[in-house]
Design a protein around this ligand. Sequence first.
Ligand SMILES: [Zn+2]
Length: 220
Amino acid sequence: MDTSICWICQKGLALTGEHMVKKSDLKRVFGRERPKKPLHLRRGKLTQEVADYEDRILTFETKICGDCNGTQTQKHDNAWMVLSKAFGDRTSLKPGDKIKLVDVFRNDTREQMILVQLYFVKVLGCAMRDAGFKVDLQTFSDAIKNGIYHPHVYLSFGVVDESNLPKLAGGMAASNGEWGGYIYAADPITVSVVARSFGDEVFDAWNPRYIGDEICIQAF
Ligand SMILES: [Zn+2]
């Protein structure tokens, strides 16, 4: 696996790191300009102090090229930023709550939700490579490059009962060869991203081929 070339376009030099959790989400959870309290990153047994939101330890080790990280996927990032803010703006978020998508993306709901999925396709791809999981990322790359949703990547949106825990943002990857997944947490929302290699449906999860006008918050 050549890690010096961007896995998305397979052309550009892989020089820039995608944040494991988007910088706008970190700011939303921990404080706008800088973390209000010292921020720590836990990776397995290792705990590191985070200098600021630009700290390289907050990015995936798998790099992508500047063009794919910027111009090519900016729309995807922005769509997630808008949806994430809508979760964060709510005074409370609990299982069973319904988020009306037309309230978030007024005119182009479906198009924007495809962009949200493509954001998570990028994140999942980086996470899979970081974790060394052997997931074929060609279909991920095609979806991102062509701006067409991935038919086998599913999203679920939920909340974790963590009333006694400090504020949290982070990610965790898992795979068993047939599927790959990433848990993306940015209080109050947690997104489960799952890719099925054989096209089996994922129960209770969302893919852009389903037409839907609301997100139902699950209990994780
Ligand atoms: Zn690239």
